[in-house]
Design a binder for this molecule. Structure first.
Ligand code: ZN
Length: 141
């Protein structure tokens, strides 16, 4: 997702719509966790917003009284965003869901994982840090 116009910090970028799910065991590649056991499975375009360890957007939600106490989720600019900048959020995943991060930010954590889960990631990688298996040499004739 790329910006088609400039945004200043705290500007509203859009409303994230999708299916609200109340299920602590639910998971998908695209859902956002709002709080414990409450998630949204967003529809396009916000469904496809990428992660960055130095994200320029953040989402916020409110149980609005105006709209029948419906939960509404909004995406805001976390800082100034220029035309053609990629819009990103911090996925803040738990250590058990983490995958390597290739966001390229100078502050990249190396994993798509919440900053406060980084300690758990070190434990996870230490457990796996055994010497690599020696591959047998194959001679081609
Ligand atoms: Zn990263």
């Amino acid at each position: 997702m790329f910006a088609n116009r400039r945004f200043r910090q705290d500007d509203l970028i859009g409303e994230i719509s999708g299916q609200l799910i109340h299920d602590a065991d639910y998971g998908s590649d695209y859902c956002f966790e709002l709080d414990r056991g409450r998630l949204i499975e967003p529809v396009s375009p916000f469904r496809f917003i990428n992660h960055s360890c130095d994200s320029n957007c953040e989402f916020d939600y409110s149980d609005s009284v105006v709209a029948n106490r419906e939960t509404r989720i909004f995406l805001f600019a976390a800082r100034s965003i220029n035309v053609n900048d990629q819009l990103t959020i911090d996925y803040n995943w738990a250590a058990e869901s983490a995958i390597p991060c290739l966001c390229g930010a100078p502050t990249c954590r190396g994993w798509i994982v919440a900053s406060d889960e980084l300690g758990k990631m070190r434990e996870r990688t230490d457990r796996r840090s055994q010497p690599p298996l020696q591959m047998p040499e194959v001679k081609i004739q």
